[in-house]
Design a protein around this ligand. Structure first.
Ligand code: TYD
Ligand code: MG
Length: 443
């Protein structure tokens, strides 16, 4: 924050990005002083409380992949922020969710601050959902919205598209400023808590991946969900970043079609489609996303470098994780990679965060360096330690079962953990040290 006009932002170095913002009086909380005066802050005993977090009553949206991410449906009175790049499909997803809920007999309101009612209706028509009784409004003034929604039956679901376009008369800042976004969100959250309506706030994300403005809203809402995807691919991933009422490690997978988003109940098949089975430098990783196994292809390219400092580039995985695996391969696997450029890519635009991907990444790297293709019917998983040891990972059985289901015959895994007694239809090879893996591929 700066007290005078300034052209350059000292924090990020960008020019002409600072905007003026008046620091208005704090947003008044209605009834706050009254309540305090009368000593109204009531205290409840913990053991008698109903409906605590995980067991909160829920209203399923009717879209399985969305319910998986929220933890089984919408909790009445909760507020969800859904962020994503412009054009990623947020409005489409919420139009579909709203329509499905309206068809199930719930009152659903879709408030657009970006498009005219006709445009929203046109989208619904394109999606084949124009018969659903969703109430549409093009409105940006929060007080008007709250007044409209409070009229008649309280809506089960209210979708606000987007929070950046909303403004409230309770603060004096210009529309679009952080102060307005915060004030509007506060008013809408209060509406949700008092009426029991589930409110979904749409938030646009800036280039650097932050939810612009709505960043300040993230800590106020019950759940933050991000809708991701690469414009080059036709699938989209819904991921919970924060969830007061459910898990944060589940993902929902959707495929973009001409008639909107279709649920993908078997994502592994989608991510493995179009695989080049005879190429060196690819390995299939048997991963987990929450409770669901997910198989993806990891691609590596290791090539002699003409640069003084060889290049290291990675898409879809943690660069520091790649550096570590490369260092371990050099120190304990006998590989010489100092003069090689290394590229690593997770196919399909997926992002992997599990350490269990180490072994698959290492296998892809060794395969590329050796110029030897790995057997196409093999999956890999296992975490690699700095000593070169391959360590067991959670849910080995679930990973193996998914691989078997998709037609894989072999797996390279860490030594089995003690609780891993079950038989699997796969031929399992254990690699207890990174040297085992190198020896097997390069042999
Ligand atoms: P939209 O939902 O408007 O994106 P957002 O609200 O996140 O900005 O979708 C952007 C465009 O993509 C829109 O022109 C419709 C198109 N689209 C499809 O044709 N099929 C789909 O499945 C999706 C999700 C979008
Ligand atoms: Mg939109």
């Amino acid at each position: 924050m700066y007290n005078r006009w300034q052209g350059k932002c000292d924090a990020c170095g960008a020019w002409n990005t600072l905007a003026q913002e008046a620091s208005g009086p704090p947003v008044p909380v209605p009834g706050a002083s009254r309540a305090a005066a009368r000593g109204k802050g009531r205290i409840f005993p913990l053991e008698g409380l109903q409906g605590a977090s995980m067991d909160a009553p829920r209203v399923p949206s009717g879209i399985g992949e969305l319910d998986r991410v929220t933890g089984g449906g919408f909790v009445p009175g909760s507020v969800i922020l859904i962020g994503g790049d412009p054009g990623i499909g947020k409005s489409t997803l919420l139009t579909q969710a709203g329509a499905v809920m309206a068809r199930a007999g719930h009152r659903v309101a879709y408030i657009s601050g970006e498009e005219a009612v006709a445009q929203v209706r046109l989208r619904a028509e394109r999606l084949g959902l124009n018969d659903a009784a969703v109430e549409l409004a093009a409105e940006t003034h929060v007080e008007d919205i709250v007044a409209t929604l409070s009229h008649g039956v309280v809506p089960r679901l209210a979708i606000i598209d987007s929070i950046q376009t909303m403004w409230t008369s309770s603060v004096e800042a210009a529309p679009g400023t952080v102060t307005q976004v915060r004030g509007s969100a506060q008013a809408l959250i209060r509406f949700a808590k008092t009426t029991g309506t589930t409110v979904i706030l749409v938030g646009h994300v800036t280039k650097d991946g932050q939810i612009a403005g709505p960043r300040v809203v993230e800590h106020m809402v019950d759940a933050v969900v991000s809708f991701e995807g690469d414009s080059g691919y036709h699938f989209r991933i819904l991921r919970a970043v924060k969830n007061r009422f459910g898990p944060t490690d589940e993902i929902g997978v959707f495929e973009m079609t001409g008639r909107g988003l279709a649920e993908v109940s078997n994502p592994s098949a989608l991510f493995l489609s179009g695989r080049d089975l005879s190429a060196a430098g690819t390995a299939v990783f048997a991963g987990m996303e929450g409770t669901r196994p997910l198989l993806v292809e990891i691609q590596a390219l290791v090539a002699p470098s003409s640069l003084g400092t060889p290049r290291r580039a990675v898409v879809g995985w943690d660069p520091s994780r790649l550096s570590m695996v490369l260092a371990v391969l050099e120190a304990h696997g006998g590989l010489k990679l100092g003069q090689h450029d290394v590229y690593l890519n997770v196919a399909g635009g997926l992002k992997i965060t599990e350490p269990a991907a180490d072994l698959a990444a290492a296998a892809a790297l060794v395969s590329s360096l050796a110029g030897v293709a790995l057997p196409a019917d093999t999956v890999h998983f296992g975490e690699i330690g700095l000593s070169g040891a391959v360590r067991p990972v959670a849910q080995a059985q679930a990973r193996l079962k998914e691989a078997a289901k998709l037609g894989f015959n072999r797996a390279v895994t860490p030594p089995p953990a003690r609780d891993q007694g079950e038989k699997t239809p796969l031929a399992v090879t254990t690699a207890s040290h990174i040297a085992d893996l190198v020896a097997r591929i390069a042999a």
